[in-house]
Ligand binder design. Structure first.
Ligand code: SF4
Ligand code: SF4
Length: 433
């Protein structure tokens, strides 16, 4: 099947979902984009109609059609609430794949996906340069004039970014980090771009917790982006290359399990991969081995109070869309938090409502992503904890930005970092091994 035939197939599959829609309007009451835009074009039902009309040739691919498809967080809230089981986020993705194949990939995206992300060395150098600039210019704080340059790169001058690391995770660690004691398992670690270049402490935490509990950690140096930003932006063929690369790479290491500490990377390696790699026993074996880090800990590790030091912090938890609705992982992160001594866990209202981050959406559609986040910021404020823990780097970044914009003192963090902090504190005061 050539690329155009394949694109047409994506369009037809998307259009078929229209027939299952009973036009009940339930999606209007739950879609975060509809909540701020109040326009039928931007809700699930509207997107299904677009798919149907593009497929039967009554609607050309206009700027407005592209705009409607870009206004989707792929948050799966409509799918989770649809009485007919319509999978709108898949319709949106397939339409994006169709349009990009037929009309071509924007040259800036082509450079980013096909060169910068694929080669990875430009990202390594770029991240280091940004990290240095952030330190020299005092972290590009809210009043720093350097912010005035942000719009040149299509970024709002109001946006707050975390510090980029000067040394990437993949550059810092050897390929195999031995377990403490006799290894129980050989566990591969899919790092993901955020934990490689920005949130390297999350990677430290994953490696620390796993090795402490007797797991050998394998971090294949040649791993690349999982392909989520690539396929979410319509580049099906580009994403296929990333999927095939990581699939073949991790397969070579003969691993017992593969852990991921980023909700979108986990979703793509467990489920989205099915769009790109044929259904074989090898693929099923691979996806069956992929665990979100919280899931892995809850399944394999006993967190005994004697191994953990008290943290004395109040913490609430935000469910990332791609972890909760995407992978069904909701109990595990909460269970871990509750096992850390001294953590006062407070459930916020609506913990599973999308924070508006949604990958590059919070950069390309900043005003809307901030408007979508308003409810989340209110719920965090009312939970009145010191920390908001979660399992997705984009949520950490976007929620923190909005807390700063609202002059709120809460800090966002990762569940795994809190667990590692408790373990380290215990080791410092009373070595256990
Ligand atoms: S909730 Fe589902 S069935 Fe109802 S209008 Fe939306 S997409 Fe259609
Ligand atoms: S995936 Fe989320 S943003 Fe997209 S249509 Fe559904 S509810 Fe709205």
């Amino acid at each position: 099947m050539n690329a155009h035939e394949q694109a047409r197939e994506h369009l037809l599959i998307a259009a078929k979902e229209f027939d299952r829609c009973i036009k009940c309007g339930k999606c209007r009451s739950v879609c975060p984009v509809f909540r701020v835009m109040a326009n039928e074009l931007f809700v699930a039902r509207g997107k299904l109609k677009i798919a149907q009309m593009v497929a039967d040739g009554t609607l050309p691919i206009t700027k407005r059609v592209r705009e409607a498809l870009d206004e989707c967080l792929i948050c799966k809230t409509c799918t989770a609430n649809c009485p007919s089981g319509v999978r709108t986020e898949e319709v949106v993705l397939r339409l994006r794949w169709y349009i990009t194949t037929m009309k071509g990939l924007h040259f800036v995206k082509a450079i980013i996906f096909r060169f910068i992300l694929w080669q990875r060395w430009p990202l390594t150098i770029g991240a280091k340069c940004i990290g240095l600039a952030q330190r020299i210019f005092f972290g590009i704080g809210p009043k720093n004039p350097v912010r005035l340059l942000f719009p040149l790169f299509g970024i709002s001058h109001r946006r707050n970014f975390p510090k980029f690391a000067l040394r990437s995770t993949l550059g810092k660690y050897p390929e195999v980090v031995p377990a403490v004691g006799k290894p129980k398992m050989r566990v591969g670690y899919f790092v993901g771009c955020a934990a490689n270049f920005i949130y390297t402490k999350t990677a430290d935490a994953v490696i620390d917790v796993l090795t402490h509990y007797g797991y050998e950690v394998v971090i294949p140096k040649a791993q690349k982006c999982n392909g989520t930003p690539v396929f979410a932006n319509g580049d099906y063929d580009g994403a296929k290359k990333f999927m095939e690369h990581n699939f073949a790479l991790f397969d070579r290491y003969k691993l017992d399990a593969i852990v991921v500490a980023c909700s979108s990377c986990g979703l793509s390696l467990k489920k989205e991969i099915a769009h790109f790699i044929p259904d074989t026993a090898q693929r099923r074996e691979f996806t069956g081995k992929v665990y979100d880090i919280h899931e892995f800990i809850e399944k394999h590790i006993t967190l005994a109070p004697k191994d953990l030091a008290p943290l004395n912090k109040s913490v609430t938890y935000h469910d990332p869309c791609h972890l909760g609705r995407g992978q069904g992982v909701t109990k595990e992160p909460r269970a871990i938090l509750k096992k850390i001594p001294g953590v006062n866990f407070v459930e916020m209202k609506n913990p599973d409502v999308c924070c508006g981050g949604a990958g590059s959406y919070s950069v390309t559609h900043y005003t809307n992503s901030v408007a979508i986040n308003r409810q989340k910021t209110t719920d965090i404020k009312n939970a009145d904890t010191e920390l908001v823990a979660t399992g997705c780097p984009i949520c950490v970044m976007h929620m923190q930005d909005n807390l700063i914009q609202n002059n709120l003192p809460q800090q966002t963090t990762f569940v795994i970092e809190l667990l590692a902090e408790s373990l380290r504190k215990k080791r410092e005061t009373e070595p256990v091994r």
